[in-house]
Design a protein. Structure first.
Length: 86
């Protein structure tokens, strides 16, 4: 059967489409989003946008994630040090 949402042809036995449309309820359900780790996120974003992400943009995203991760680590460490009175 054809999905009315994305026009993808699905097997007759399919309960829902890849886009998240449910043939049973006839409406959009939560789409099946693959779980991606933080390090894979820039790649996932590039793939989701349907275009090739330039190397520099990818590098920038990776660096941004690194800065966020480092910031969290420093914040956590300072809280722990304060907690233990060191
Ligand atoms: Zn669909």
């Amino acid at each position: 059967m054809e999905c009315p949402q994305c026009k993808l042809i699905n097997p007759e036995s399919a309960a829902c489409c890849d886009c998240g449309y449910s043939f049973l309820s006839g409406k959009m359900e939560i789409p099946h989003v693959p779980v991606v780790s933080a390090s894979k996120l820039p790649d996932a974003l590039g793939a989701a946008s349907g275009r090739k992400t330039p190397f520099l943009a990818k590098l920038g995203l990776v660096l941004a994630w690194g800065v966020v991760a480092a910031g969290c680590a420093v914040l956590l460490l300072s809280l722990l040090l304060k907690y233990w009175g060191l």
